[in-house]
Design a protein around this ligand. Sequence first.
Ligand SMILES: [Fe+2]
Ligand SMILES: [Fe+2]
Length: 376
Amino acid sequence: MTANHELIGRDEINDLEAILSVSNTDVDAVIHTVGANLDAVFTWDYERTRPALGKLYEKAKTSQWNVTTDLDWSTPVDQEALALNEMNREDVKFFGDAVDLAGTPFAKWTEKEWVELAIEGQNWTLSQFMHGEQGALLCTARIVETVPWIDAKYYAATQVVDEARHVEVFAKYLDEKLSGHYPINAHLELLLDDILADSRWDMTYLGMQIMVEGLALAAFGFMHQMTTEPLLKQLLRYVMSDEARHVAFGVLSLQEYYKELSDAEMKERQEFAFEAAVRMRDRFLQQEVWDRMGVSVKDALELVMADEGRKMFQNILFSKIVPNCKKLGLLDRNRGWLRQRFTELGVIQFEDWVDTGEEYAMLDEVAKDRAAAAGA
Ligand SMILES: [Fe+2]
Ligand SMILES: [Fe+2]
């Protein structure tokens, strides 16, 4: 059996020292290059033999929205007022009441520091969304080249423009409404590099469409539900309606392909999914924010990791990924290898959750909104 060490660089999933030893040391670089050796694939079979992908493609063509004209950018955003409001809300404040802060660096914090934490946290989160979206843009452009099916090439081409729009919308929101950018988190970068360095077309799908986009869908959903800022709420709704399609694209494509794979080939996919899951969990520890707040990252994270409320939030992020892995046969092949790993990560309870139905409903709502706006 492949040891944890080989897959994620440490034996213990929760080894905090090891997690923190991964950090972005090249924060001033403007260009980051990932080498890959892959084949660009033509197909001369233009016959439309995959109606489910065809349907998704039709839907994508009529669901294109425009960042500059479909959202109300005149909405004023007062980040500080929103942060103050959050501090007083049980459902979004940083540490739950059960966490004892006595004797920690936080014991001395006043309202000023908590507001700063909320603001930095938001700048950080939206920055990571933006970087992740660029990862999606690159991966999907890659899929257009490497997937051997014409229906998938057509659909993936629509996703490329969706992802460009997502990078654009988060970059614009950060620039115009928030108060600072963060460089990419090292764990997220590791994951995106791994996905892009792999030359097998289905690994791009598994890493991006199933794992990264599955998590993004849950994270956007959570933020959409919690935020009281109308522009952010609206833009997340628009983005989520696209992401639901993207995840469906991954599931549809891989379901067909995985049926043909041997146990040994499936094992490599299971290991890849596990590695991706750990990287994504590590990234949500937002180590760079603690650093900027001037507190010991290790002290802060020990508290964060012991907080039951936050644990629940972090687990919820996997609520879309686990059911989709199950659908693809990844949980149970090879005597339940991935099931066991997801059990250790504490996320197996989501295996039977409904997947992307809710976001599909959103897709129709967004279409109605836009039709109404066009008619007005
Ligand atoms: Fe996206
Ligand atoms: Fe996407």
